[in-house]
Design a binder for this molecule. Sequence first.
Ligand code: 13P
Ligand code: 13P
Ligand code: MG
Ligand code: MG
Ligand code: MG
Ligand code: MG
Length: 392
Amino acid sequence: MKITLSILKADVGSIGGHTKPSDRMLDSVRSDVAAAIGRGLLIDAYVGHTGDDICIIASHTRGENDTEVHQFAWTSFLNATAIATEYGLYGAGQDLLVDAPSGNIRGAGPAVAEIEFEHDPVKTNPIRPAESFMVLAADKCGPGAYNLPMFLGFADPMYCGGLMLPRVGEGFTFNIIDMDNTDGDSLISLNAPEDYYKITVLLRDNERFAIESIVSRYSGETAAAISATRMHNIAGTYTGKDDPVALVRNQGIFPAPEELISPYTKAHYIGGDARGSHVMPLMPVPINTAVTGMYCLPLVSCVGFSLNRDGKFSDSSADFFDNPAWDYVRQIAQEKGIAMRSQGWSGAAMLPYGELEYSGFRTSIGNLVDRFAIRNGKESSAIPEKAGTADD
Ligand code: 13P
Ligand code: 13P
Ligand code: MG
Ligand code: MG
Ligand code: MG
Ligand code: MG
């Protein structure tokens, strides 16, 4: 049978600032999920949060971009928004950027990552005798937060020794999206290892290019799907950070979990943090972690599940970053964060103007640019008007 795994995540309000959703909001989404399982729309589901983003991880048989599954998630997020509004929480409904999407909710604000695959572990899919997968959810992060760690996990034997084995070693196709092309989804497919350098040319730009999916060249099966959208391209202005999710199948013909998560030991610098305007390290954290540390460090969680023959999740999940080994990396991330912030607003510590122009920084900068005058008396050319006055 074909099974679809759907990850649907939204920030619809948080307590005491942009920290975490309230218990009632999470209870509401969990009870909506239980009802959807009860009426047979979903086979199974898990609900958790990373920072202020609520993530639904669901299995079903309806395929990717299914209207009913997406509408169910949208309604659950709306119900949680109503609770956030009732209690006066910060940013109620923040990621629900359009009024009422009619079909699937891609491009409407919530982060979506889905994979449909043949799931009959014993009979029809002998190369996949057991289905295991991981879900990464980020908060306070720009859209290309996974570019470097996903590339290293799927293309570099320094991180993934499995690439030296026959099947994994046939390599992976990286489907990369140009998030700045607003005419439609603009994609390129590049193969690792032969296109290794070309892939890096694109993935170095985390704000414009992002991996959308990764496909096994051995079997043609999708190994990973990543939500890759720029919120400000949907809203036209800054409405919060993109906070992408990723769904990654592991083991066997795909990299093993440790091969996929070892690149997170870098705590690499990405765009995000406070007001979505800084360059700060990505800190791996347990699921259900609030953003309450110093600064507003970009966070990523990673939970793993197995799937039984009927598409039900294992009775419990594995929380990959909830392990003392990652305390050491969290320490490194904190040190890198302090080092970067010691340089305050200067140069590389903050995102370049092209990113900030969607936020209130545009107004602050534009107002001053307007006042520039050329020494010989000619007027300076001001930055053209564009939406963007939000200041958070
Ligand atoms: P186990 O013996 O614990 O299954 O580990 C095997 C392995 O290959 C780890 O990648
Ligand atoms: P969120 O996208 O998590 O709301 O974060 C946005 C932000 O601006 C943090 O200061
Ligand atoms: Mg928020
Ligand atoms: Mg968020
Ligand atoms: Mg966000
Ligand atoms: Mg084992």
